[in-house]
Design a protein around this ligand. Structure first.
Ligand code: DUC
Ligand code: ZN
Ligand code: ZN
Length: 479
């Protein structure tokens, strides 16, 4: 399929220009004024609109088996919902059970993801450690295009990575030219606070944020950052939700450490009052980890994004229906953790970020697409509107308004955390692999059209670090 996007303003992370965009066979072939339509091309009139790189959500959990159930959004429905919201690529997570070979889990997730309609990649979680994990990490990097490994510092007794795993895995990731990422919450502290609250008779969703106060996140983020510093590896902190972890990132970056931070749209906009809702369904629908925070943390997160201390925006899209959330009716620790948002991330961020003047359009592109492509080594294939890049694009209508609702969203879940929010600025068209897959409210997707993306390791960058490490050897580590 060929597409010509005519008359719009192309917005990249570094500049905006009035230009047409011509796409042939899945790639952008030309960006410039007054382009001829390729033969047979569909022409999109983008007059008054912005043409931007399709969004990249670097943190989703489609179809995740978690806390005794399975996330309701699968790779088909979830990637389709993403396209309806202008997100053309996700990075999801392979999460092996402890003792499960990493390669086996990776193959399982690859099977599940075959039905995806947009391009995707995987981070792989390291949930346990022995020599086979060490070897499998190498196979994943060298043969399967994985360049990022995830560590859950929470979920004790399930997938939690303790310090021994962190040190071994960070060391191995560094050797391979892959980047470690962490879910930063002190799992022991959460576990003990949960027991204490339940013992006090606090069984409802209000116990969730009380068992995971900001200190829990701040401690873990700082520990992971310090471990990374000692090992001289870069690190990426997922879903930074509070001042405590943000401050650790800012301190480390000021000291020259290569630390990246991700913020969720939900954490930017929703506060912890949701857990006091008398309706269990509403409060439970917001149970995710880390939890929503008191309002003052939101301002800090916005400033983190504006100043570049936080580089990416994501959703942690992980959906559960009310009947699944009801598993924790009498015990908040059993409410499956997760909320949705892959469809709404870009419009919510545009509405609350660009329209309020907090972000420029170029900063919006950087935060929704380009930075994720760069940090996870998909750039310039993704995250850029330029000849040679994939034709993954969103045509953005800054004047169009809608009110977000679970009744009208494409996400496979019965609740929307942004329910009732009216946003101005929405996608009019989404182009994925050069195909017009979303057009003025109509989705036209093909099951299985999504491609798994191989992401090479960070060789040149790591070569530079090798030189630096040779000058100042790291502490010795046991592996
Ligand atoms: N947090 C969630 O809320 N859901 C999935 C996993 C996670 O870390
Ligand atoms: Zn997490
Ligand atoms: Zn997550």
């Amino acid at each position: 399929m060929s597409v010509l996007i005519r008359g719009g303003t192309v917005v990249n992370a570094d500049q905006s220009i009035r230009a047409d965009v011509s796409c042939v066979d899945g790639q952008i072939v030309e960006v410039g004024p007054d382009l001829e339509a390729p033969s047979g091309a569909e022409v999109v009139d983008a007059d008054g609109q912005y043409v931007m790189p399709g969004g990249i959500d670097p943190h989703t959990h489609m179809q995740l088996p978690f806390m005794g159930t399975v996330a309701s959004e699968d790779f088909y429905t979830g990637t389709a919902a993403g396209l309806a919201g202008g997100t053309t690529c996700i990075i999801d997570f392979v999460i092996p059970n402890p003792q499960q070979p990493l390669i086996e889990a990776f193959q399982q997730w690859r099977e599940w993801s075959e039905k995806a309609v947009s391009d995707y990649a995987f981070h792989v979680a390291v949930t346990w450690w022995d020599e086979t994990v060490h070897a499998d990490m190498g196979t994943l990097v060298h043969e399967h295009g994985v360049n990022s490994f995830k560590h859950f510092m929470a979920y004790k007794g399930a997938i939690m990575a303790d310090d021994e795993i962190l040190v071994n895995s960070f060391t191995r990731a560094w050797e391979l030219g892959a980047i470690p990422t962490v879910h930063a919450e002190n799992g022991e502290l959460v576990w003990q606070l949960q027991r204490k609250l339940m013992g006090m008779g606090i069984t409802g969703p209000e116990g969730h944020p009380q068992s995971r106060p900001p200190e829990v996140e701040g401690e873990a983020a700082n520990r992971a950052i310090r471990i990374a510093q000692a090992l001289k590896t870069p690190i990426y902190i997922v879903h930074v939700s509070c001042k405590d972890s943000l401050e650790s990132i800012i301190r480390a970056r000021n000291e020259g450490q290569r630390v990246f931070g991700e913020v969720l749209t939900g954490h930017l906009l929703i506060d912890d009052s949701v857990y006091l809702d008398p309706d269990f369904e509403v409060a439970a629908a917001h149970v995710m980890s880390p939890p929503f925070r008191p309002k003052d943390h939101q301002e800090a997160l916005w400033r983190g994004l504006q100043s570049g201390s936080l580089q990416t925006t994501a959703t942690d899209h992980c959906c559960f229906y009310a009947e699944q959330k009801a598993m924790g009716k009498d015990d908040f620790t059993k409410i499956p953790n997760g909320t949705g948002g892959v469809e709404n991330r870009m419009e919510v961020l545009w509405n609350s970020g660009v329209r309020t003047g907090r972000l420029t359009m170029n900063e919006f592109v950087r935060a929704t697409s380009t930075s994720a492509a760069q940090i996870f080594n998909m750039y310039p294939r993704k995250g850029l509107v330029a000849p040679g890049s994939d034709a993954d694009l969103v045509v953005w209508d800054p004047e169009s308004s809608k009110t977000i609702s679970a009744k009208t969203h494409h996400q496979n879940v019965d609740y929307n955390i942004f329910e009732g929010m009216t946003v101005t600025g929405t996608p009019s068209h989404t182009i994925s692999q050069g195909n017009l897959v979303y057009k003025q409210g109509e989705l036209q997707v093909e099951r299985g059209a999504g491609r798994y993306l191989h992401r090479p390791p960070f060789a040149p960058y790591f070569d530079a670090i090798t030189k630096m490490r040779a000058a100042t050897p790291p502490v010795s580590v046991n592996r």
